[in-house]
Design a binder for this molecule. Structure first.
Ligand code: NDP
Length: 451
């Protein structure tokens, strides 16, 4: 299929859907990119005739494997593991590992596809990939998680390496899991090398990696507001999730004078009407990472309102940070946010807004909306810096890494402005990020010839 005109989006998507039946999350992610890229390449025969976009939608390979492990009762459990190696045109495959019961091939293909554009935007030499398993670490003992991670890595290790594919964490994969995964890799290959990022500082990790995605989302918000002559200080902020991205996003917002009203988990949300304090965020971090508790416990501890089964989107707030999971804001919720005075949405999570929600935000005249591939790229950017430090066998200081992170997010913001500015200083951050991310990968693919 050759894409002849901008109107061929529908035909292009028919091909994607036919080749990837039932993979609805993947279709959604490709559609969101194709909407901007197809008109962009309409008068660029090199990209169009050589089917660069179509080639980018086809992963280099998808690996799927059985993961067998023993629970604490001595019973055998069977899960499915995956690694999607999407595109390595500009560097080794790079992208996180997700452990969550909802993981399947469609979810990982959407994440890997998005990762290609995101990694390109950082300006660092990283291709895109993603992996994971339909394993739920919730309620599992440390030993069970360890046995699962070891079995997972026993399969995965033959497909990854510091110059081939460098995984990291994602939902359900934090520093505990990265430790178990790295330990098993090292044992299997008998080499100490930078094959995973998000490692602890003692064994090759980078300062600011844990904080980077949440901090980066706030730096992106800062950039968007500054571009329009505004700032974060004194503004009401809504955050969903209470994991890695959400808590470090809250921490940086508080440091910049923002008022963080909400956090959530998959059971419900808390509302802190006077805004969370840094001490309260520290308590929640400990609750979620060490004690592995529920956000409702923070409501009991600090007297916040707890809303069981609810998301933060009905609470009036100006700066909105979805930091939990995909499709967590639907059209109805987006309308409510706009009605309640949302000024900007910055996507900490990957693909958190449904297509209808994106359209609602797009139609709201003055609302600024940064897509995940730009807004949460800080995490993978510092992962890229961790890879550089591992190659150099050096560890940069916290201040050095944070300064580089800020610089990278600023340059991502500038790229979005360059490719996404419309009349009247309004920036379409989706279009800007899609085109800027696309061109570098596309040019590398052209240079390699037909493959
Ligand atoms: P964590 O596992 O640390 O936290 C995830 C949070 O989201 C938890 O509060 C979890 O609640 C909640 N959540 C997960 N799934 C659902 C669901 N289906 N419905 C409602 N709430 C849910 O993950 P991260 O913070 O690392 O990741 C969050 C998002 O950010 C993901 O989209 C991820 O892909 C993205 N991201 C992460 C990066 C990183 O560096 N960690 C980098 C770039 C993007 P509960 O505890 O109840 O499950």
């Amino acid at each position: 299929m050759v894409v002849d005109k901008a109107e061929d989006l529908e035909k292009f998507m028919e091909g994607v859907v036919a080749r990837n039946p039932g993979e609805t999350e993947f279709h959604q992610a490709v559609h969101e990119v194709a909407m901007d890229i197809i008109p962009y390449i309409a008068d660029k025969p090199l990209y169009k005739d050589l089917r660069i976009l179509e080639r980018m939608t086809e992963p280099d390979r998808v690996i799927s494997f059985r993961v067998v492990w023993e629970d604490d009762k001595g019973e055998l459990r069977v899960n499915r593991g995956f690694r999607v190696q999407q595109n390595n045109a500009i560097g080794p495959y790079k992208g996180g590992i997700r452990f969550h019961p909802s993981v399947n091939q469609s979810v990982l293909k959407f994440l890997a596809f998005e990762q290609v554009f995101k990694n390109s935007l950082t300006g660092l030499p990283m291709g895109g990939g993603k992996g994971g398993a339909n394993f739920d670490p919730k309620g599992r003992s440390d030993r069970e998680v360890m046995r699962f991670c070891q079995s997972f890595m026993t399969q995965l290790h033959r497909y990854i390496g510091p110059d081939t594919d460098v995984p990291a964490g994602d939902i359900g994969v934090g520093s505990r899991e990265v430790g178990y995964l790295f330990g098993q890799y090292k044992r299997l290959v008998n080499r100490f090398e930078g094959v995973l990022t998000g490692k602890a500082l003692e064994f090759g990790g980078s300062h600011v990696r844990t904080e980077a995605t949440g901090y980066g989302a706030v730096y992106m918000m800062e950039g968007m507001l500054a571009h329009h002559g505004e700032h974060i200080e004194g503004r009401n902020c809504l955050i969903s999730g209470s994991g890695n991205v959400a808590t470090y996003c809250a921490e940086k917002l508080i440091a910049m004078g923002g008022k963080v009203l909400t956090l959530s988990d998959s059971s419900g949300m808390i509302v802190a009407k006077d805004g969370l304090t840094q001490d309260q965020v520290e308590w929640i971090k400990d609750l979620k990472t060490r004690r592995r508790g529920r956000i409702s416990e923070a409501a009991k501890e600090f007297g916040f309102k707890y809303h069981k089964g609810k998301k933060p989107w009905a609470i009036p707030g100006e700066l909105v940070f979805p930091c939990a999971t995909q499709n967590e804001i639907d059209g109805e919720e987006a309308r409510l946010l706009v009605k309640n005075g949302a000024r900007a949405v910055c996507e900490g999570a990957n693909m958190p807004a449904t297509p209808e929600a994106i359209a609602v935000f797009g139609a709201a005249k003055s609302l600024l909306h940064a897509p995940a591939k730009a807004a949460n790229a800080g995490g993978v950017a510092v992962s890229g810096l961790e890879m550089s430090q591992n190659s150099l066998r050096l560890q940069w200081t916290e201040a050095e890494v944070d300064a580089r992170l800020r610089e990278i997010v600023k340059s991502i913001h500038d790229e979005c402005v360059e490719f996404g500015t419309r009349k009247g200083n309004h920036v379409d951050y989706f279009k800007g990020a899609n085109i800027a991310g696309f061109t570098k990968v596309a040019d590398a693919m052209l240079a390699y010839g037909v493959m």
